[in-house]
Ligand binder design. Structure first.
Ligand code: ATP
Length: 177
């Protein structure tokens, strides 16, 4: 079962994701996968980290001043550091019976070569997955595997209620799981 959270940049997708994930952890569920929170210094966004949802381990995904030839907007992607953590977290997701959370599937994450093949294998799994998808994601191999997912488009008017809507849907499914 796949739950997809999407919506325009900055609308509150990661906040919805985190509330759902936090609720599931409190409920005692095993979570694998990762999130990619922004890092701010003095109020200014300087980059993004990857945080493993299972272990809490962190690595840099991209930094504004990184000396990297792989770039997304004004950020340099730290491919080898990010690959290591993405590979570890998604291999654990593949091996265990857990709920998989990924925030997000977007251009920056897709610059990490290990990400897409592992993601495609995870999308074939019969487990519960909660995925934040960039609204302009155009990768057909990924999108075709999400055709039967429950899609939630986050807007300013539904973002406060969205976590409980998604949690209710999940609780229903998990009871029959
Ligand atoms: N329900 C809400 N009410 C008020 N502010 C919110 C709410 N949800 C998110 N925000 C604020 O909006 C900003 C963007 O939130 P968030 O990072 O969750 O969005 P996003 O859609 O994941 O962004 P991005 O596209 O950059 O990944 C944050 O500053 C957050 O505090």
């Amino acid at each position: 079962m796949n739950i997809v959270i999407t919506g325009r940049p900055g609308v509150g997708k990661s906040t919805v994701f985190l509330r759902v994930i936090t609720h599931l952890k409190e409920r005692g569920e095993v979570l694998t996968g990762f999130r990619t929170p922004e890092v701010r210094e003095g109020g200014i966004r300087v980059g993004f980290k990857i945080v493993d949802l299972n272990t809490g381990e962190e690595a840099w995904l991209a930094k504004r001043n990184a000396d990297s030839t792989v770039r997304v907007g004004s950020y340099g992607v730290l491919v080898s550091e990010a690959s290591e953590l993405i590979r570890k977290s998604l291999e654990t997701a593949l091996k265990t019976r857990s709920i998989v959370g990924i925030d997000e599937i977007g251009p920056m994450e897709l610059k990490i070569p290990v990400f897409k093949p592992l993601l495609l294998r995870i999308l074939e799994k019969e487990t519960v997955k909660i995925l934040v998808v960039h609204e302009r994601l155009s990768d057909k191999e990924i999108l075709s595997r999400l055709e039967n997912a429950a899609w939630y488009e986050i807007t300013e008017s539904n973002r406060d209620k969205a976590p409980s809507t998604i949690i209710e849907e999940l609780e229903k499914r998990l009871r029959n799981y």
